[in-house]
Design a protein around this ligand. Structure first.
Ligand code: SF4
Length: 330
């Protein structure tokens, strides 16, 4: 009896964008069994990849890599991009982690939707090479959309993938990808880029401030950077003031009563959080700032309920007008 040929299995890193989807479909169409992994942190999430998985029918694993990611993010060997985005080291880390899953679960190689030259910094030839070299899986990363423009990989040399059926796309135009999408009947896909908070100017400013002022960090602090107005009162103290009801709810969901100070006005208004607390003078100043964001006219004292690890008390403070403390905004 003829021995059944072993199925070739490939594990792709999926961001959820069109290029990710196409890379999976290109391999799938030549008979490779493909699966995806998407990696999540407080800075990027699985929603787009989940959507891509639903559209293409390619199954998806989700892995939280926050601890490994933070370690790298504090001091990425290749530095940051325009904001706090360490794209090259981010990609190497993702491949390193995906590579471990590949070995554990018996996949034959890794793949991604990267396109040579599509992003000038992170997808140039040297950048793709850097990522591969520092991934610990040099030679095992196939980029199906640009494969013919890149050196032959081990899976191609070993005959696990047919190089002749891979593509030679490069550059910033997405015309070829859109045609390819049609041929795979993919009509729904997200706009390119977006979705990573490390490429957001405001988030990056607050993140840098956090790194500049604290040596150790709790994961919740990276979530808190997404919500409200952040102000630095002194090198040890930062306050976060909700802008909307949603902000208030999100801030409260990351409040730690064992270490933080939380302020709630006695009348409807924003919540104010001091992560890790603060001293007496700072607390009074923060309470006045909190009062200043309440939508009332005049500057009559306002009651603010202050909850700290020591207990709860109410204080009356005069509001500080937001214009007077604009310079404190991070
Ligand atoms: S944009 Fe964000 S998720 Fe994408 S490579 Fe850069 S740092 Fe990583």
């Amino acid at each position: 009896m003829e021995k059944k040929k072993k199925k070739v299995r490939a594990l792709g890193i999926c961001s959820g964008g069109l290029d990710s989807m196409l890379s999976g479909m290109v391999l799938k169409s030549q008979g490779v069994e493909v699966e995806w992994i998407t990696l999540v942190t407080p800075f990027f999430f699985a929603d787009k990849a989940q959507n891509a998985s639903q559209i293409t029918g390619i199954s998806l694993m989700i892995q939280d890599i926050t601890l490994d990611y933070l370690e790298m993010l504090k001091d990425p060997p290749c530095g940051y991009g325009r904001y706090m985005n360490p794209c090259l080291d981010c990609h190497s880390l993702m491949f390193r982690i995906a590579g471990r899953v590949m070995k554990e679960k018996g996949f034959d190689f890794l793949f991604s939707g990267e396109v040579l030259g599509q992003r000038p910094m992170s997808q140039s030839r040297p950048s793709l090479r850097y990522v591969e070299k520092h991934s610990e899986f040099d030679g095992y990363i196939v980029r199906p959309l640009s494969a013919k423009k890149l050196p032959e990989t081990l899976p191609e040399k070993m005959g696990l993938v047919d190089r002749s059926q891979l593509l030679d796309i490069s550059g910033r135009s997405r015309k070829l990808q859109m045609e390819l999408a049609k041929s795979f009947n993919i009509t729904e896909y997200p706009a390119p880029a977006g979705g990573c908070l490390l490429t957001d100017a405001g988030y990056s400013r607050r993140l840098k401030d956090l790194f500049d002022h604290q040596h150790s960090h709790e994961i919740r602090e990276f979530h808190l950077l997404k919500y409200g107005r952040h102000m630095r009162l002194d090198p040890e103290t930062k306050i976060i003031v909700g802008r909307t009801q949603k902000d208030n709810e999100n801030i409260l969901s990351h409040y730690d009563p064992k270490s933080d100070i939380l302020m709630n006005p006695c009348i409807p208004g924003p919540v104010l959080l001091i992560p890790h607390g603060g001293s007496g003078g700072v607390v009074l100043k923060a309470a006045s700032i909190c009062a200043g964001y309440i939508k009332i006219s005049g500057d009559a004292p306002v009651g603010i309920v202050v909850s700290s690890p020591a207990g709860k008390r109410s204080i009356d403070v005069k509001p500080v007008h937001p214009a007077e403390i604009r310079h404190l905004l991070i």
